[in-house]
Design a binder for this molecule. Structure first.
Ligand code: ARG
Ligand code: GLU
Length: 719
């Protein structure tokens, strides 16, 4: 009986790989999914989504700023993305007089739209399978290094040959862990301007407290516009540029969503690892993430304590807090999800089934020892991964130490260094110093330094510690004594000292910089890392990629035998993908059931003028009290703010359009539910949900809140 149960379990976990909601599909190959999508409720064809001959939805989706997704919503190149994706640009354009982060910004005419130097929007024009050409001459018998070298050369050659025939930018990306290669033709728009953003207490409502969490009430959107030359070419900013006329833009639906509705998300997921062996998932969820979570939690505690005491410090550390806190919270969710859903056990059962399958046929010989090889290599990898994690989550979290690194070049100046080079170094250091000290609060850094160094010493074996740590152990009464001395002696903890140094810098001062204890500390830990850790990490991760490539190939063969009708999807790799799933609430734990949407009532319930993340402006309260929602209200009369659905998304999907059965815009994806963040490793449709801001709330803010109706007038609205 037990045996029967076990084999049943194995078959189930194998089949688990093809659940409906799971998958991030290559749009060009979407024919394979069309039937399923239509059975789930889609009213359009996949040719409407991706066509090489006609305009299609893909012509309205862009990679925004290299890390997020944006979608075109008017025939004048108007672009939606998340507030947190536009954040750096909103900050860039903000000054004390025009604080767009706090107050929002709305260009009331084209001439008020703000250029963003360096910001790009990348649009995929077409892609083609170049696997045969990339792997030309690559035999199974050659070494991993030779293989990598040949592939690199082949890729360079293909790109060079193709470049002569096209104006588009080319990239060749590996899919399925190096088993397939696609060449992608991109149009790169370089004049993208900021058009509008709500104030942070709408665009970031709930802040880090609500981050990753459902129920959610964040109006996470901002608005940009693509400009091109009068001839329609994607060129750098110029005054003569004109709004872009896209081949397609998304109509916007005011109909809202109901439980069970079909949706799909079109965007640029960054990275997933769905095909790892159990040993890797175990290491990630039970060894590496717990360390990062623990260390970041302790740093965040220190931030919080000081941030609560002083509003100035709260602002200074807001962005640092958001950055550290985002991973911290996500990884906690991953650990919990993997454990609650027996992720490692499921992977383990799969590994066993896979090996058993490999055993059935001689042609599968390459797969027979794979799992064992993985176990050996990951065991070897573990201490080096930990070493890397400790370095980045401890020593490199001491701000004065990483700041000091900016002075390494000045420390090497000699009397032969040309003056103009020195001047450039000084100017660059001045810039860094200005940015650094604006948001630096020494009491936090001191406390963090003492804590992280103690953790580093306590948790890494002596031969995995940089010399510095052993010196602290041997020569100082305790870590605090070292930290006190570090801050007493370094010149990098005081803006005044740094400015003085830069004002009076001459070559003879270089030695003094080189001896500064903060810079010494930085170089000491980095030397250790570069000398003792990184080479080994490179070597082992090379072996792992090679094993993973073969494992992936094996999984595809295994899968094809069991499910001839449905392909396996490749891991995310920052290429354009489509994922689909149904709107719906879920049950995160016993007795709790989440609804699929939130409303403005929830914002008022969370409102707390004393807590920064929950401040509500008078204007929004007024609109709420008068229920002045216009055509943006739901048919139940309330203002819907956000909703969840079963789309398989990840980082990079921020800002992605979420579309209904007709391909009309329902909202903007911006997050996942905390319980389901394990979906980068293992997807479970019962808890893995994506969170989107309802487009009706977006339009309500633009129209009713901000009065930027000229933007609404450009859009195609489906009532
Ligand atoms: N969790 C989202 C993502 O992974 C949003 C992050 C930005 N928002 C924040 N409150 N830190 O990127
Ligand atoms: N907020 C994420 C992003 O910036 C999306 C959330 C996720 O990881 O799914 O891309």
């Amino acid at each position: 009986m037990k045996k029967l149960l076990l084999s049943l379990f194995i078959v189930m976990s194998v089949v688990m790989n093809v659940r409906a909601d799971e998958g991030m599909w290559i749009p060009m190959l979407l024919q394979n999914n069309e039937q399923e999508m239509q059975e789930m409720g889609m009213n359009i064809t996949v040719e409407d989504i991706y066509s090489i001959n006609n305009s299609s939805m893909k012509d309205a989706v862009v990679l925004f700023g290299g890390g997020c997704t944006g979608e075109i919503v008017s025939n004048q190149g108007l672009l939606f993305t998340n507030h947190h994706c536009g954040f750096d640009w909103i900050q860039y354009h903000s000054t004390v007089e025009h604080d767009y982060l706090t107050d929002g910004f709305w260009a009331m005419g084209f001439e008020e739209e703000l250029p963003c130097p360096g910001l790009t929007a990348v649009m995929l024009k077409k892609m083609e399978d170049v696997t045969d050409r990339v792997l030309e001459g690559v035999e199974n018998s050659i070494s991993a290094e030779e293989r990598a070298e040949m592939i690199k050369n082949n890729i360079a050659k293909i790109k060079e040959e193709t470049a002569a025939t096209t104006d588009y930018e080319l990239e060749i990306k590996a899919f399925y862990h190096g088993n397939q290669y696609y060449m992608i033709y991109n149009e790169v728009f370089k004049d993208v301007r900021m058009v509008g953003t709500p104030p942070s207490n709408i665009g970031k409502f709930g802040g880090d407290t609500d981050n990753w969490v459902w129920p959610r009430h964040t109006g996470d959107f901002s608005i940009f516009r693509i400009y091109v030359s009068p001839e329609g070419k994607a060129v750098e900013y110029s005054e003569d540029n004109v709004p872009y006329k896209p081949a397609y833009h998304f109509p916007i639906s005011l109909k809202g969503v109901e439980e069970g509705d079909f949706t799909f998300v079109f965007g640029y997921p960054a990275r997933t690892n769905e095909y790892l062996p159990s040993v890797a998932v175990d290491q990630e969820a039970n060894v590496i993430y717990p360390v990062s979570v623990d260390l970041r939690g302790k740093i965040l505690d220190i931030y919080n304590k000081h941030q609560e005491k002083d509003p100035k410090v709260r602002i200074q550390y807001a962005s640092k807090h958001a950055h550290l806190g985002n991973g911290w919270k996500k990884w906690m969710g991953v650990i919990e999800g993997i454990n609650n859903f027996k992720g490692v056990e499921k992977k383990y059962a799969f590994d066993k089934a896979f090996t058993k399958w490999a055993n059935y046929s001689r042609s599968r010989g390459a797969y027979l020892e794979l799992i064992k090889d993985f176990e050996r290599v990951y065991a070897e990898y573990e201490p080096y991964r930990l070493a890397t994690t400790y370095l980045s989550e401890t020593a490199l979290q001491i701000e004065v130490v990483t700041f000091a690194a900016n002075f390494n070049k000045l420390a090497q100046v000699t009397k032969d260094t040309p003056q103009e080079e020195i001047d450039a170094l000084i100017a660059a250091a001045r810039e860094e110093a200005k940015v650094f000290f604006k948001d630096y609060y020494q009491p936090i850094d001191r406390e963090v330094a003492a804590m992280v160094l103690q953790e580093y010493i306590d948790n890494q074996p002596a031969d995995f510690r940089p010399e510095l740590l052993n010196t602290i152990v041997e020569k100082y009464a305790d870590v605090q004594a070292y930290v006190d001395e570090l801050f007493a002696k370094t010149m990098f903890a005081s803006e005044e000292n740094v400015n003085k140094l830069l004002d009076e810098f001459k070559a003879s001062k270089a030695k003094k910089i080189a001896k500064d204890p903060a810079l010494v500390a930085y170089n000491n830990v980095m030397d250790f890392y570069l000398g003792n850790v990184r080479p080994k990490v490179a070597e082992i991760s090379g072996q792992i990629s090679e094993l993973q490539r073969i494992f992936m190939r094996g999984q595809m063969e295994f899968h094809a035998e069991q499910n001839p009708d449905k392909m396996m999807y490749p891991d995310a790799n920052f290429s354009l993908r489509v994922t689909y799933g149904k709107v719906g609430g879920f049950s995160p734990r016993d007795a709790v059931r989440y609804k699929h949407y939130t409303t403005l009532d929830g914002i008022m319930q969370k409102e707390n003028p004393a807590i920064y993340d929950y401040v509500v402006t008078d204007r929004l309260r007024e609109l709420y009290e008068t229920k002045d929602y216009g055509r943006y209200a739901d048919k139940d009369g309330s203002m819907h703010v956000a909703f969840i659905a079963g789309n398989h998304t990840t980082g990079g999907n921020s800002g992605s359009p979420i579309l209904n059965a007709d391909g009309h815009l329902l909202g903007l994806n911006f997050d996942r539910t905390w319980e389901g963040t394990m979906s980068d490793l293992i997807y479970d449709p019962s808890i893995c949900k994506n969170i989107s801001v309802d487009v009706r709330y977006v339009l309500f803010i633009i129209d009713k809140y901000a009065g930027a109706t000229r933007l609404i007038d450009e859009m195609t609205i489906v009532e």
